[in-house]
Design a protein around this ligand. Structure first.
Ligand SMILES: C[S@@+](CC[C@H](N)C(=O)[O-])C[C@H]1O[C@@H](n2cnc3c(N)ncnc32)[C@H](O)[C@@H]1O
Length: 346
């Protein structure tokens, strides 16, 4: 290695980036080990934490030392560890927890996929089917049920973070029935129904996902009378009887499929039905390190993408929808509002 001091920061910066899988693995290990839950309000030594979680004290200290370099936990002058804003998010059961999101982003199968990124970039196609013999969501539900569970919990955590902001701006005035397509376990739909007492809701997602729907929407739940749970594949069909169709973080599948899904709404819904798409765009907002990396992960898994503003609008237009509004939902999500064209008089 050169010892030229002017290039040292670049050299280190490059090597740190090349080793950044170590950061992801460390965050995952801390989440799996439950370190954030074991550490309370008072500082604790690595030995104390190791006893609490059943780990090797020296290895745990090394893990924590590395994490502190990324502001996940901090070490006080006495060598005891304390929480930081980031490490607090790793706790389980708190309203702002991202514990399951962290697990989802670092699931064991994802490491093998990252190793095939060069190939995906050469071909422009996913590597998933080649590796596992079936599409991502089919493999997830058939072969990795525990990971599918993590996914559903992670999506609910993501929804919990943004549901209030999304529910606050979604244009539902005059709508009687809203369908959340690919709505996960229905946290957003439940938030919408709570906010709009006159509105009925349809949660549409894959069978295994709908089976674990939010308790508020299921039989006996507070919103059950106004909610319908529908299992299906939106590439094949969508419910016909809604006035508003919500797609939140669903259209990152490959572009052809995304157009098919939107065309299904055009073909099925009444003329003038609202289609509301919520996505974090890859070329807008402050979270670009996150969204550009998610974009690559979606290339690897489903041959899909995080869209640019222009790219998403062009899919909407290709499907035959009429765009009426594009606006931010919060600092990292955007909303496109469109309507289905008027049906020709018979
Ligand atoms: C990234 S998650 C987003 C979940 C939820 N809308 C949210 O924002 O939290 C994508 C969702 O789409 C569902 N999904 C993916 N492909 C689907 C398909 N072909 N038909 C129905 N649902 C699908 C997944 O099961 C998952 O719940």
């Amino acid at each position: 290695m050169t010892s030229d001091t002017s290039t040292e920061p670049q050299l280190l910066g490059m090597l740190e980036r090349a080793l950044s899988a170590g950061c992801a693995a460390s965050v995952r290990a801390a989440a799996k080990l439950g370190v954030a839950d074991a550490l309370g309000d008072t500082p604790a030594t690595a030995e104390e934490l190791a006893v609490a979680i059943g780990a090797d004290p020296d290895a745990l200290r090394r893990l924590l030392r590395s994490l502190t370099c990324h502001e996940v936990f901090a070490e006080d002058p006495d060598g005891r560890f304390v929480h930081t804003g980031l490490s607090l998010l790793l706790r389980t059961g708190t309203p702002d927890s991202v514990h399951h999101l962290v697990l989802w982003l670092t699931e064991p199968w994802s490491w093998e996929l990252w190793g095939r990124l060069e190939e995906a970039v050469r071909t422009g196609k996913d590597v998933f089917v080649d590796l596992h013999g079936r599409e991502f969501f089919d493999q997830l539900h058939a072969a990795w049920p525990q990971s599918a569970e993590v996914f559903d919990l992670a999506m609910t955590q993501a929804s919990r973070q943004s549901a209030a902001a999304v529910a606050g701006v979604l244009p539902l005035s005059g709508a009687r029935t809203v369908a959340d397509i690919g709505g996960g376990q229905g946290f957003l739909l439940a938030s919408l129904l709570e906010r709009h007492p006159g509105v009925r809701g349809i949660l549409f997602d894959r069978p295994d996902v709908v089976a674990g729907a939010d308790a508020r929407l299921r039989e006996g739940g507070a919103l059950a009378e106004r909610a319908r749970l529908v299992a299906g594949d939106c590439r094949e069909t969508v419910p016909a009887d809604a006035d508003a169709y919500v797609f939140k973080n669903v259209l990152g599948m490959n572009d052809e499929d995304a157009v098919v899904v939107l065309r299904n709404v055009v073909a099925t819904a009444r003329g003038g039905a609202r289609v509301i798409i919520v996505e974090n765009l890859v070329d807008d907002g402050p979270g670009q390190r996150f969204s550009t990396a998610m974009d690559l992960r979606m290339l690897l898994t489903v041959g899909g993408r995080k869209h640019t503003r222009r790219g998403l609008l062009s899919l909407v237009e290709r499907a035959g929808l009429v765009v009426t509004d594009v606006r931010p939902v919060d600092s990292y999500q955007h909303m496109i509002v469109a309507t289905t064209p008027a049906r020709p008089a018979r």
